[in-house]
Write a protein that binds this ligand. Structure first.
Ligand code: SAM
Length: 273
């Protein structure tokens, strides 16, 4: 199996992404999803719904790559999306299905697909392809992007978030690695810190400049039509940080310079779609 897929399964089949944020609630229970949701939209990434314009998804066919706990799936469906999700792990797909069921949204579920996109035959075309915090974990990202382009309708949009090199969090990880973990590889340390993977068993993690990501997107036939740098949280600033609004002007301005996420919206590059 492909190395990044193997690593992803090794980490996330055992423990769902962000599971620690549920503070011990049983995985799949309403409290579990509610706690992860509150952390996601109330603290860590409160910009998601606006930046990725969920309000435009009513009646649209949306494909999500890398579904996690289905928090965004449910939110997009609440905004009216007809949803398909694809993930390499069964664990995340089962949690996503549970979350969708708990919210009575199964009518808007078009499909949940387990596996690697490259091994999957998807006959449909999508108005929006969405992927938050996923493509940087895939070594064969360029192949993924080329295939995603073929799945995107003529006027469709690719909306993605990936990690940023020039960010507070990346600097934090480099400094803490230098001070505390220099016997280990930086990638292993970053994977443990950012993804909560087991030491010595990292997931693939690419941390890139805006320019690098944009080049990769363009090579795969996409044109960037919107860009935002986001993801600067209260806890980065000792003492006063907690008094700042998670989605307010100060943290948003700081994110513009040092946020952890590149948020891209892309269309087809050429008229020859
Ligand atoms: C860091 S998590 C992000 C999950 C979710 N989008 C979120 O923001 O919480 C990465 C997700 O991508 C999935 N994943 C990793 N490699 C994948 C691949 N090759 N194809 C599809 N999904 C993959 C993982 O199982 C996991 O659900």
């Amino acid at each position: 199996m492909n190395a990044s897929n193997e690593a992803a399964r090794g980490t996330w089949e055992r423990k769902a992404v962000g599971q620690d944020r549920a503070n011990g609630a049983v995985a799949g229970s309403p409290e579990y999803f509610e706690r992860i949701r509150a952390y996601r939209y109330g603290y860590e990434t409160p910009f998601i719904i606006e930046t990725f314009r969920y309000s435009t998804m009513k009646g649209k066919r949306v494909l999500e790559i890398g579904v996690g706990n289905g928090i965004d799936a449910v939110e997009m469906m609440r905004h009216g999306a007809i949803y398909t999700g694809l993930d390499i792990t069964r664990n995340h797909l089962e949690l996503t299905r549970q979350n969708i069921d708990n919210n009575g949204l199964s009518d808007q579920l078009a499909g949940l697909i387990e596996g690697d996109l490259m091994d999957t035959d998807i006959p449909d075309r999508f108005d929006v392809i969405y992927s938050f915090g996923v493509l940087h974990h895939i070594t064969h990202e360029s192949d993924y992007l080329t295939k995603l382009k073929s799945l995107l309708s003529q006027d469709g949009e690719l909306r993605i978030a990936v990690y940023s090199k020039y960010s507070f969090f990346n600097a934090y990880m480099i400094v803490t690695w230098f001070l505390r973990a220099r016997g280990r590889s930086l990638d292993d340390w970053r994977s443990q810190t950012a993804e909560h993977s087991e030491p010595g068993n990292p997931v693939t993690i690419k941390i890139r400049s805006r320019k690098d990501v944009q080049k990769t997107l363009e090579k795969s036939g996409f044109r960037v039509v919107r860009y935002e740098k986001r993801g600067f949280v209260q806890n980065y600033i000792p003492v006063v940080g907690k008094h700042l609004k998670p989605n307010g002007p100060v943290l948003t301005a700081l994110a513009k310079a040092l946020g952890w996420y590149h948020c891209f919206t892309c269309s087809h590059l050429s008229e020859n779609k």
